[in-house]
Design a protein around this ligand. Structure first.
Ligand SMILES: Nc1ncnc2c1ncn2[C@@H]1O[C@H](COP(=O)(O)OP(=O)(O)OP(=O)(O)O)[C@@H](O)[C@H]1O
Ligand SMILES: O=P(O)(O)OC[C@H]1O[C@H](OP(=O)(O)OP(=O)(O)O)[C@H](O)[C@@H]1O
Ligand SMILES: [Mg+2]
Length: 282
């Protein structure tokens, strides 16, 4: 039976369970169960602290795990990223008090508070100087005001927590993170059950990025319309009973859909319909 680790709490937990359920697996917890067995799919889901997941996977105790890229790199565990999952996106950044002009390269000898000491230590090494790393479990942003640190390195999503603490981001992100699927090595994808699991998850992740665009258009404008909606391989074009008109169907990126509709309207398209895709294989 395949053993897969999922985050038991924190920012990634709900979205991870939602994704796996949409892919047709039963991993819903009704209370504080640590293991859920999906016997129909021959998969066991083990709920662990997201920070520990890469460690279990690297030791071969579990086959796959869903965790954060930042947590994985900070753990130093020897695992490979098989698939980015499109949620839990954040930047890992240095931040300093609003009213100082400190830059990352001026942090030598300073105190930097973080929950990700390994990521910071590697970055300082790249920069070629040392600083004092203060390891904290959470609420890192408050540490500067409390006098424990001069700067922090932490997860930034909207930036609201930083702002509320009177801090600002400095320099480029050390890392761009999101939830990822990890395995001990790529080689595991040769296993039929693992391959199936990844393909089902990929189907959902890709489907979330795309929509289906359908419209009718005069045949004379078809070539230009196909430039606007090229699809993945190519758009599906079907004849309409109305002479000189065709129907077109094409997958397009969700984020581009409004400009696409504007352009199609300009070309004379009628009856443009956009629908969500639940899952797909492309
Ligand atoms: N506000 C956020 N937006 C997006 N991703 C986040 C956010 N906060 C944390 N993450 C991501 O969640 C993972 C950290 O999960 P973890 O459960 O350790 O911390 P947490 O979400 O802060 O939960 P906790 O409440 O237990 O501190 C990391 O991959 C991190 O990048
Ligand atoms: O940029 P924002 O949208 O404000 O999000 C970033 C904050 O969210 C997380 O904190 P969380 O609420 O999990 O608390 P924690 O610091 O105790 O982990 C993270 O550690 C940051 O503090
Ligand atoms: Mg947190």
């Amino acid at each position: 039976m395949l053993k897969i680790a999922l985050p038991n709490k924190g920012s990634l937990s709900e979205d991870a369970v939602q994704l796996i359920r949409e892919a047709g697996y039963n991993c819903r917890r009704y209370s504080r169960e640590l293991i859920i067995c999906d016997s129909r799919n021959q998969v066991e889901f083990v709920f662990l602290r997201p920070r520990d997941i890469a460690i279990y996977v690297s030791k071969g105790i579990l086959d796959l795990g869903v965790t954060g890229r930042d947590l994985t790199q900070d753990s130093g565990a020897d695992v490979e990223e098989l698939l980015p999952l499109g949620f839990g996106r954040s930047d890992f950044c240095y931040a300093v008090p609003d009213d100082t002009g400190l830059t990352p390269d001026q942090l030598a000898g300073r105190r930097i508070a973080t929950s990700y000491p390994q990521l910071v230590s590697e970055d300082l090494q790249r920069r070629g100087f040392q600083a004092e790393i203060i390891r904290l479990d959470g609420a890192v942003e408050i540490s500067v005001r409390l006098g424990v640190a001069d700067a922090i390195a932490d997860v930034v999503q909207t930036g609201r927590t930083l702002h509320a603490a009177g801090l600002k981001v400095v320099g480029e992100p050390l890392l761009q993170s999101e939830a990822i699927l990890v395995a001990r090595s790529q080689a595991i994808t040769a296993n039929e059950a693992v391959y199936l699991f990844i393909e089902r998850i990929r189907g959902i992740v890709v489907a979330r990025e795309y929509v289906m665009v359908e419209y009718d258009i005069p045949e004379a404008m078809l070539e230009m319309a196909c430039v606007v909606t090229p699809g993945i391989e190519s758009p599906t074009v079907s004849p309409l009973s109305k002479k000189g008109w065709v129907a077109v169907k094409s997958m397009s990126r969700q984020q581009d859909v409004n400009p696409i509709m504007d352009r199609l309207t300009k070309l004379g398209a009628k009856g443009i319909i956009v629908t969500d895709i639940r899952t797909c294989r492309i």
